[in-house]
Design a protein around this ligand. Structure first.
Ligand SMILES: Nc1ncnc2c1ncn2[C@@H]1O[C@H](COP(=O)(O)OP(=O)(O)O)[C@@H](O)[C@H]1O
Ligand SMILES: O=P(O)(O)OC[C@H]1O[C@](O)(COP(=O)(O)O)[C@@H](O)[C@@H]1O
Length: 310
């Protein structure tokens, strides 16, 4: 079972405004609400692929109820820890470009956070624990590390998809897989990662430091995969981009699902890129059929390491 843990879930309010003007009254053409947050997106996609999953994390208030009812409607199993506060709303404004405003976290009490640690203690060696998204600032700095250590003790495989200081703090736990985008990788190394060669060079450092599998996603430019044995580059197929929210989460979901199903890592990477692009080309997360359709249009190449290493 793949458990996805979203410490900071959100209702994603995706609003489309033609020719948005700041400081003026704008009327939207469409507005849609989705149960969001990185782990929740991953669980939703895993369910669409027919993979066993359970979403955990903190939810509260009317927005928390919305998330649970949406997951119930889609048949996504969940065991959330209820909190007193109200789950945030993240605004995704589409008007030519995409602008995002991610809301603040509700307060989480110590007793509530302890309940989630207990739950991760129920995992077994057959399970995965995916920890995705931002980490609420009200939680102690070592909290996510405690979740990882608790699940690891039970033999679960750990995947981390976060950014900034949280990602840096969790690297020493040596997750099985991480997927920074190139901006997050740049921030991690305090440098500019613009090309696939640069991304591979930085990802290799992470692998050498103990992370088994690293995908660096680069939006419309594709992605890079690095592990101890090989390096692959992938191109993103061309298509009409509708909504890139959840594209990265789709990659993560599919990479885990394919590895869990026994595929070779470069094959899992190929499917992961297809899923990212398929989601970018749809309004919501992609479907299984959409991933299959995009798969043949993703090109991946194995990189001879002597060719780029410097
Ligand atoms: N404009 C796009 N065209 C085609 N594929 C895209 C586009 N944007 C994202 N993708 C696909 O989704 C993946 C993840 O997107 P990215 O924006 O890098 O991640 P994140 O959502 O985590 O920031 C990319 O590697 C690519 O496969
Ligand atoms: O926890 P954070 O970093 O604020 O991110 C949450 C946001 O990321 C998402 O999970 C989308 O992530 P990706 O576009 O990276 O796949 C949204 O659903 C959510 O609004």
């Amino acid at each position: 079972m793949i458990y996805t843990c979203t410490l900071n879930p959100a209702v994603d309010y995706v609003v489309r405004v033609e020719n948005f003007q700041t400081g003026d009254l704008n009327r939207s053409e469409s507005a849609d609400l989705y149960a969001g947050g990185k782990g929740i997106n991953v669980s939703r996609l895993l369910k669409r692929l027919g993979h066993e999953t359970c979403a955990i994390g903190f939810v509260g208030g009317f927005t928390g109820e919305f998330i649970k009812s949406e997951l119930d409607r889609e048949g996504v199993f969940h065991r959330f820890t209820s909190v007193n506060g109200v789950t945030r709303i993240n605004v995704k404004l589409k008007s030519g470009t995409e602008t995002e405003i991610n809301g603040p976290t509700p307060t989480i009490l110590e007793e509530e956070s302890n309940r989630l640690v207990q739950l991760t203690g129920e995992l077994t060696e057959h399970d995965w624990l995916h920890i995705g998204g931002s980490i609420p600032s009200c939680l102690p700095a070592e909290y996510a590390g405690t979740l990882i250590a608790t699940a690891r003790k039970k033999g679960a495989r750990v995947v981390v998809d976060t950014s900034g200081a949280a990602l840096k703090a969790l690297l020493p736990y040596h997750p099985f897989f991480i997927k920074p985008n190139h901006h997050e990788l740049s921030e991690l190394f305090n440098t500019n990662v613009n090309t696939k060669e640069e991304a591979a060079f930085m990802a290799k450092k992470l692998v050498d430091g103990g992370i088994e599998n690293v995908i660096v996603s680069m939006g419309s430019d594709g992605a890079v995969f690095v592990n101890n044995e090989s390096i692959y580059f992938a191109t993103s197929p061309k298509g009409k981009v509708k909504n890139t929210v959840g594209a990265g989460d789709s990659m993560v979901a599919v990479f885990m699902a394919k590895i869990d199903a026994g595929l070779e890592s470069h094959e899992a990477f190929h499917w992961a890129v297809a899923a990212g692009s398929a989601t970018a080309f749809s309004d919501d997360l992609c479907t299984k059929e959409e991933v299959e359709d995009v798969y043949s249009r993703v090109e991946i190449i194995k990189v001879e390491q002597e060719g780029w290493a410097h």
